[in-house]
Design a protein around this ligand. Structure first.
Ligand code: AMP
Length: 189
């Protein structure tokens, strides 16, 4: 199995690149943000539990996020592999993912981090909000999300670096150029 983590701050291009990667490598895309949004749209119990947290730009508690992620993996037991997008966002989530994958005889193959500076992120998300209308893309909420990224999520990088699994890619430039840089790394796995 090829199990990839596509890592990066909000607006780094994880969603866009994931779409292209799942097609090339025939993987199942697990975006915790997309799953949460579907729950909110469908007004499930989980959706009601997390909608306020997400609207404010805060991270959903680890216990809720990890349980949802494990369920998603179990439901795709026939998958050739996964792309995890927007997960793990805390070291506790990274540890839980490793433990869960080990329990089913799997492991993370590699982690590719998209590197994009804060100014570019802010510009991209302002543009995205015009199209998506996502409440958490609004400037004040985005500020909170970027704060969450630098306070909690960034620590996931050294976690994988210690395991020798981390590769960084410049996330600024043409979509296809960035995609080529990603596939160059992934093909080596
Ligand atoms: P995203 O679409 O990945 O930017 O996620 C949108 C929002 O969903 C985030 O700002 C968080 O509120 C929540 N979320 C998504 N993934 C996670 C995660 N792994 N841990 C905690 N909260 C998450």
């Amino acid at each position: 199995m090829l199990n990839l983590v596509l890592f990066g701050p909000p607006g780094a291009g994880k969603g866009t690149q994931s779409e292209k990667l799942i097609e090339k490598y025939q993987l199942v895309h697990i975006s915790t943000g997309d799953i949460f949004r579907a729950h909110i749209k469908n007004q499930t119990e989980l959706g009601q539990q997390v909608s306020q947290i997400i609207a404010e730009g805060n991270l959903v508690p680890d216990s809720i996020t990890i349980a949802m992620l494990e369920k998603e993996i179990k439901e795709n037991s026939e998958a050739k592999g996964f792309i995890f997008d927007g997960f793990p966002r805390t070291v506790a989530q990274a540890e839980a993912l490793d433990a869960f994958l080990t329990s089913i005889g799997q492991r993370i193959t590699g982690v590719v981090a998209l590197d994009v500076n804060e100014e570019e992120l802010t510009q991209r998300i302002a543009k995205r909000q015009e199209i998506s209308g996502r409440a958490d893309d609004a400037a004040d909420k985005l500020k909170k999300r970027i704060e969450e990224y630098f306070n909690k999520t960034i620590h996931v990088l050294p976690y994988y670096e210690k395991q020798g699994k981390l590769a960084k890619v410049d996330g600024i430039g043409e979509i296809d150029t960035i995609f080529q840089s990603l596939t160059y790394i992934i093909d080596k796995y």
